[in-house]
Design a protein around this ligand. Structure first.
Ligand SMILES: *Cc1c(COP(=O)(O)O)cnc(C)c1O
Length: 362
């Protein structure tokens, strides 16, 4: 079986974890600080703050931007649920916008339509590892006095016009979950240039403490540990190599699949470095239906998957906010056409040829 994701863990990661365990310091400490410093310098961002997950990073980002009860926050209808659920955790209302059919990222035209006098922020997502249309979103944010919280959970190392993911909003959230491009098991990272937001984030993840037992805000325990940071620190040294392998695999896949009728390969916007957290094709007018092709790949040992089979506004829990079928036609259409196939650094050339062969033959 060629799995859809496979963490690239080597001797170095294992040794780094053993070192932390032997040190007896199992919580947040020196290793986390070093990881944060190196992550900030990798992204060219002033601050980096490690958290326990991408979800807690997103929640912390929203809190740092002062998002609160009565506020509306606009986010993509076509993504993982954490963007919307963390808005609700702050007592604010998630307001969905549609996506663009070429990049699957939030559509600025749809965002503009969703702005009301209650809108306080936008949460654009770098879906599948490609940065959103930051120019248009930034323009809208400036015109309407909105904050931008970049959901960079899938895009560590991605670039747009030479700048790294995690630097296109007021604050950004990364996930270091085991399937992501850079892993720490569970884990998250916040990047920002905003000193106040960084201070607020550090308090929020640590019980609202400004100093020991000095509780100045509401806070949570969203800390990560040095065990996780030790893995992340080693992974950070390899991330350029790991991402390059994803990009190379994506190139080979696209060369092989581009000519096949009914298969639309990923579109990389000009100026973007797409880091292919997922390699996602559209199946449209192919000999088999999307679901039949998925099954065929799986029968042949290829761990293909669908991200995401349902847009958020049609999910059971989110329908209660008044959404219905037809509200975001592009997100709805994409959820029926997308198919992600293995692209991670562990996928070798014979596997790529096998994948292409199966899709060609069907
Ligand atoms: C993975 C992911 C998250 C959540 O990250 P966790 O570390 O699993 O909490 C949020 N948003 C997107 C787009 C993701 O891919």
């Amino acid at each position: 079986m060629i799995p859809i994701a496979k963490p690239q863990i080597g001797k170095e990661e294992i040794n780094a974890v053993v070192k932390v365990l032997e040190s007896g310091m199992l919580t947040q400490g020196r290793v986390t600080s070093e990881f944060e410093e190196r992550f900030a310098s990798f992204c060219q961002s002033k601050h980096a703050i490690m958290t326990s997950s991408g979800t807690t990073a997103l929640h912390t980002c929203l809190n740092s931007m002062g998002i609160n009860k009565g506020d509306e926050v606009i986010t993509s209808a076509f993504t993982f649920v954490a963007g919307a659920s963390t808005i609700l955790m702050q007592g604010a209302a998630p307001v969905f916008a549609d996506i663009r059919p070429d990049t699957f990222n939030i559509d600025p035209v749809s965002v503009e339509k969703a702005v009301t006098d209650k809108t306080r922020a936008i949460v654009p997502v770098d879906l599948y590892g490609q940065i959103y249309d930051y120019r248009q979103i930034k323009k809208l944010a400036q015109e309407n006095n909105l904050k931008i919280v970049e959901d960079a959970c899938q895009s560590v190392g991605a670039e747009s016009d030479g700048k790294k993911a995690g630097t296109f909003g007021n604050v950004s959230a990364f996930s270091l979950y085991a399937t992501k491009n850079l892993v720490s098991g569970e884990g998250g990272m916040i990047t920002t240039d905003d000193d106040d937001a960084a201070d607020k984030a550090r308090r929020f993840i640590n019980h609202g403490q400004a100093g020991r037992y000095d509780y100045v805000d509401l806070g949570y325990n969203y800390r990560a540990t040095d065990i996780q940071a030790a893995i992340g620190l080693v992974q950070l040294k390899k991330i350029d190599m790991l991402n390059s392998r994803r990009i190379e695999n994506a190139k080979l896949l696209s060369e092989g699949l581009d000519e096949i009728k009914g298969i639309i390969v990923p579109h990389v916007r000009r100026g973007n470095r797409h880091v292919f957290h997922q390699y996602t094709i559209k199946v449209d007018g192919y000999k088999l239906s999307r679901d039949q092709l998925l099954e065929r790949l799986r029968d042949n040992g290829i761990g293909a998957n669908i991200y995401y089979p349902q847009p958020l506004h049609l999910a059971h829990f989110y329908r209660r906010f008044g959404y219905k079928k037809g509200d975001f036609p592009v997100a709805e259409e994409m959820s029926k056409k997308v198919l992600s196939i293995p692209v991670h650094p562990g996928v070798d050339r014979p596997s790529i040829e096998k994948i292409i062969g199966i899709i060609k033959k069907c």
